[in-house]
Design a protein around this ligand. Sequence first.
Ligand SMILES: [Zn+2]
Length: 78
Amino acid sequence: MYPFHWVPAAGQRHASTDRRPEGALAYPSGTSVTTLCREQVIADNSEIGWLWPTCDSCNTEAHRIARELPTTSTGRSI
Ligand SMILES: [Zn+2]
């Protein structure tokens, strides 16, 4: 499990390391989250939101985080 989650907001799919509400699979619409590209955005968990293009900065940062995860914790190399 990666320590970040994708969140549609402001016309793009961003990623955030903010905690999600207990039991939630996504940030509910209206949730204020801090993204990996260091923006403060309001989550828009609508169906159309997940079709928005991926934020380049968040994508780059998400890949960096994934690469830096210790491979022993997942039991496989990336
Ligand atoms: Zn972003």
